[in-house]
Design a protein around this ligand. Structure first.
Ligand SMILES: Cc1cc2nc3c(=O)[nH]c(=O)nc-3n(C[C@H](O)[C@H](O)[C@H](O)COP(=O)(O)OP(=O)(O)OC[C@H]3O[C@@H](n4cnc5c(N)ncnc54)[C@H](O)[C@@H]3O)c2cc1C
Length: 386
């Protein structure tokens, strides 16, 4: 799938990553998941080849590109059946926030490792009692001399077991009430008072989700990334890439499922012609392809605006891309499973487990409904119900 709006460099990146992804493929990920291990080999090789840090500054070991390039990497790995979820988090959110707002020391400490894959940073915003309403987060930092003491709870945080640190969204004590004025802290996963508990998810994925309890975790002053008073601006610098990357994750998975279904429908013959000749099978697959292509177009727009420095324009496009990609992925996977009939539900063909995996893109990092709310209020100017 190439488009005329994609440069030769981007096409070359796409095919190089696709070759890497296909060398590992779905079988690699299936084995990794069965062994309960993270996809370390693929992660390390992608890091060595420079793919994990394509969006990070060259001065700090990155490729000097943007989210446009990183989204190509994730989409192609996903289309090969071996997506790396932590790309959404480590280089896209954490790497972006540190490179845009971190101190020189923070950049030197974290960016080269995030770029080459030797260090990994998770991201924690979701809380049990806040959920979609980030304004209600209560994880609080209070000053103790030059240090910070951070306390709170987080839930559904991906990849904490393989992360060196978590970028935690909290608020300072004096900003505890009122609208969210978020502060971002780098919290090492081996810090005293930092406790993680895996959540038993029905997801066939290599990355695990965790509940975190932070009990007066002592952090040095320089654990704070950026300005205590910069608020939402800094947070959204990381959340727009997260949405664009979730779109890439969804489009990759949708393409993978669709390709499997098309391959099956071309051969499987129970009447005179292969089942793919029946329009009841062919048309929904064609629709799934169109929906994925349209979602990719919006993702490319969002990435382009973001990389051009238009945070506001990117915000709307990133939300719409995440919405469109999540919906396209859920439908493509559903239709792919259906196309295979009984085989759609066998372990051998490996599509049924994508039904739950595809739903992640509809729920996280921001649900379908919250995006519809955003577009209703921000774009259409409709009143709010909440
Ligand atoms: C696999 C996975 C990985 C994740 N990884 C991370 C991570 O690494 N870091 C992190 O911080 N978080 C992570 N999350 C959390 C994710 O971002 C949240 O699950 C998501 O933001 C929704 O929050 P919630 O689960 O509390 O749902 P809730 O906020 O409780 O929402 C439940 C339902 O109510 C709907 N709803 C809520 N409010 C409204 C409203 N005003 N109008 C209409 N409908 C509404 C929602 O759309 C949803 O359908 C992950 C989640 C999953 C499933």
């Amino acid at each position: 799938m190439t488009t005329h709006i994609e440069s030769e460099e981007h096409k070359a990146l796409r095919s190089a990553v696709s070759a890497l992804g296909n060398r590992y493929g779905r079988d690699y990920l299936t084995r990794t998941i069965a062994e309960g291990k993270p996809p370390t080999e693929l992660w390390s090789e992608a890091g060595k080849l420079g793919y994990l840090g394509v969006n990070l500054p060259e001065a700090h070991g990155g490729g000097g590109g943007g989210i446009t390039e990183l989204s190509i990497v994730l989409e192609e790995l996903g289309a090969a059946g071996s997506p790396l979820l932590m790309l959404v988090v480590s280089p896209a959110i954490c790497g972006t926030v540190i490179s845009r707002f971190g101190t020189e020391a923070q950049k030197r400490q974290w960016l080269p490792g995030i770029a080459d894959g030797t260090r990994l940073m998770a991201f924690g915003i979701t809380e049990p009692d806040a959920g979609s309403n980030s304004h209600r987060i209560t994880t609080t930092a209070r000053k103790d001399g030059a240090d910070w003491l951070l306390s709170g709870r987080k839930v559904f945080i991906s990849g904490v077991d393989i992360a060196d640190a978590v970028l935690i969204v909290g608020r300072t004590e004096d900003a505890r009430t009122g609208r969210l004025k978020p502060c971002l802290f780098i919290v090492p996963t081996d810090a005293e008072g930092f406790d993680k508990r895996p959540i038993d998810m029905e997801l066939n994925a290599a990355e695990k989700q965790f509940e975190l309890v932070l009990d007066d975790v002592r952090l040095p002053a320089d654990a704070l990334v950026g300005d205590e008073d910069a608020g939402l601006l800094q947070l959204f610098a990381g959340l727009n890439p997260e949405r664009i990357m979730t779109a890439a994750f969804a489009i990759g998975m949708g393409r993978y499922a669709l390709a499997k279904a098309v391959e099956y429908a071309r051969d499987r013959t129970v009447w005179k012609a292969p089942i793919g000749a029946h329009q009841a099978i062919a048309h929904p697959l064609a629709q799934a392809h169109i929906d994925l292509e349209l979602a990719r177009l919006m993702m490319q727009k969002a990435a382009h605006l973001y990389d051009a420095g238009d945070d506001t324009g990117a915000g709307e496009a990133a939300n719409m891309a995440k919405y469109a990609a999540g919906e396209a992925c859920v439908k493509a996977v559903d239709q792919a499973v259906h196309t295979l009939g009984g085989n759609g539900l066998t372990r051998e063909f490996g599509l049924a487990s994508l039904i739950t995996a595809a739903r992640v893109a509809r729920i996280a990092p921001v649900s379908r409904e919250m995006i519809l709310n955003y577009v209703s209020h921000q774009t259409l100017g409709l009143p709010k119900s909440y």
